[in-house]
Design a protein around this ligand. Sequence first.
Ligand code: GRF
Length: 212
Amino acid sequence: MARLRIGVLISGRGSNLQALIDEFAGASAPAEIVLVASNVAAASGLARARAAGIETAIIDNTDRQAFDTALDARLRSSEVELVCLAGFMRILSGRLVETWRDRMINIHPSLLPAFPGLHTHERAIAAGVRFAGCTVHFVRPRVDSGPIVVQAAVTVRPDDTPEGLAERVLAAEHRIYPLAVRWIAEGRVAVAGERVTIAGIGAADRVLINPS
Ligand code: GRF
């Protein structure tokens, strides 16, 4: 079977990108990363892509509409089939998101729909929730919303700091993002309205609890 062609968008360190690179490195993997694009020329994650021999693109960020047009063109010229946002810190236009509807996913460091946006770990601790976590979801125009593929829940400790919680959630992110991409690449995932079904994967496998 042909490997699913993945484009990854990053703005920073790219640790989730690295998890995807590691997962899909082998020739027998169901997906291959064909492009890593960034709006930040200095994003350290770009070095991870280069080290893995993956094509990179830096797309100028100055004008929002020009950026979206250039990004869309670049994704198409690399024949990308699935776009993975991985620490991509720029809001895409509704038009671009609709163009890639059900072909674009994101990882967010909270149990959505709780705590969309920034500073999720500080906010989770301040709210006193007992579970924090992360979510892989299909992208919709409203930021950090969309059909949920998989989540990981991480227990909040009584003495947790945002940094400590972030570290444990990040480790969980590195587990669920490759998992979600693998399921999509295997052709198991369907989006119906705002809900995701995954053939052959039980409900219990779609939430990891304190993964180590
Ligand atoms: C992750 O916490 C991700 O969930 C969020 O931004 C962070 C990116 O980290 N969207 P990295 O660049 O993948 O290391």
